[in-house]
Design a protein around this ligand. Structure first.
Ligand SMILES: [Zn+2]
Ligand SMILES: [Zn+2]
Length: 394
């Protein structure tokens, strides 16, 4: 075991207790007030500088290396929010907030980044430049990374690269993986109002049935991917909501349906928006309806910088051994607001940290109500991040 990993192991007990406290008191996106206070208190206890930012939740702290060398500035990011769902983990530290749970393991990410802060603060003489520790609010669907970017925290001095990890139940504890290049999809959403004319179910010729138009549109939309998008490009369009009607004998005025649009390529992203609108309008016209489409762009696709991927792999191998490196399946159609940072900073890497026991046949998935972060992974998360900083800042 390397010295660094030993040091990280020595922090395990404390940062496990931190993780349990956060797990027990989860807060949803942009409401992470107590979590923010708690993180600030921990950083204050370590004597680490916190940037005075005008943000309601979230924290950015800085640690300056004292070693002579170039002024590399690396940001390390942990997301801090929980999900609106029940915690059925059955753990003694299960959520005390009904309907809120740390089911994505962000409690683990916070504990790891606090451990990283502790070690880097004690090892200032071992690296040059500056590390910015970003405790970001609202990762789960609300794009909290934009709050951090707009706060100016990544400027002055400008961050050269941003790095984060995410717990991964499909790797064992002690394993790490990163995908080079396009890894996660952009995530856009649409909501369609198909407007007809209500009437008696027995006399459809006196009405305009929006259900006919909507069902045709819903059938046609997924075919855009198979028929109109270059086969080599990955994309998914899924209709996930539909609402219509109140009675078996009443044709409704309105059908509302909506869904999600995922792809990796920015050109395909534009194409999908145009084509979905065309299909919806075409279906409306076919049945004499009016269609209104609300189309919202969400996070862009996440593209890992190949050089930084190599650095993460090397740092992980340095501290955990070559056997710790796993092939990661990719790309995936999930999304992450970490991509906003990569676009803003110009360079970033999102890597996976094993939190599985290796014994489960089907590990409990992220966002499952029984999910709980694996504390055994905390030292490995700390050690890989610290080693990456020592390698990059020397
Ligand atoms: Zn999540
Ligand atoms: Zn997450």
């Amino acid at each position: 075991m390397t010295d660094l990993l030993k040091k990280a192991e020595s922090l395990k007990e404390y940062y496990t207790s931190i993780r349990h406290k956060i797990h027990q008191n989860p807060e949803i996106s942009f409401k992470e007030f107590e979590t923010t206070k708690f993180i600030k208190k921990e950083l204050n206890n370590m004597g680490i500088d916190i940037l005075p930012l005008d943000i309601p939740t979230g924290v950015v702290a800085i640690i300056e290396g004292t070693k002579n060398g170039h002024g590399t500035v690396t940001a390390l990011r942990a997301d801090i929010d929980a999900l609106q769902m029940e915690d059925l983990s059955g753990k003694p530290y299960a959520s005390k907030n009904p309907g809120v749970a740390h089911a994505c393991g962000h409690d683990g990410h916070v504990a790891i980044l606090l451990g990283v802060a502790k070690l880097l603060n004690e090892m200032k003489d071992k690296f040059s430049g500056m590390v910015k520790l970003v405790f970001q609010p609202a990762e789960e669907g609300l794009g909290g990374s934009m709050i951090i970017i707009n706060s100016g925290a990544l400027k002055n001095p400008d961050v050269d690269a941003i790095v984060c990890l995410h717990g991964w139940p499909y790797f064992k504890v002690g394993e790490v993986g990163a995908w080079s290049g396009q890894y996660m999809a952009s995530a856009d959403k649409f909501l369609v109002k198909m407007i007809g004319k209500s009437g008696h179910g027995a006399r459809p010729y006196k009405a305009v049935n929006p259900i006919m138009a909507a069902s045709n549109a819903i059938n046609a939309i997924p075919n855009i991917v198979s028929n109109e998008i270059v086969t080599a490009k990955q994309a998914v369009v899924t209709v996930c909501t539909i609402h219509a009607g109140t009675a078996f004998n009443v044709i409704p005025d309105l059908v509302e349906f909506g869904g999600t649009v995922r792809c990796l390529d920015p050109v395909v992203r534009d194409e999908l928006e145009t084509k979905i609108k065309r299909v919806v309008k075409g279906a409306a016209q076919m049945f004499g309806c009016q269609a209104e489409i609300e189309y919202n762009r969400g996070v862009p696709s996440l593209i890992n910088d190949p050089e930084l991927v190599d650095q993460v792999i090397k740092a992980s191998a340095d501290v955990l051994g070559n056997e710790s490196i796993r092939e990661l399946d990719g790309p995936v159609m999930g999304s992450e607001d970490f991509s906003y940072y990569i676009d803003a900073v110009g360079k970033g890497v999102f890597y996976r940290l094993g939190i599985g026991t290796g014994e489960e046949i089907e590990p409990i998935a992220l966002h499952n109500s029984e999910f709980d972060f694996n504390d055994d992974a905390i030292p490995y998360g700390i050690a890989t991040m610290v080693q990456l900083i020592l390698n990059r800042h020397n």
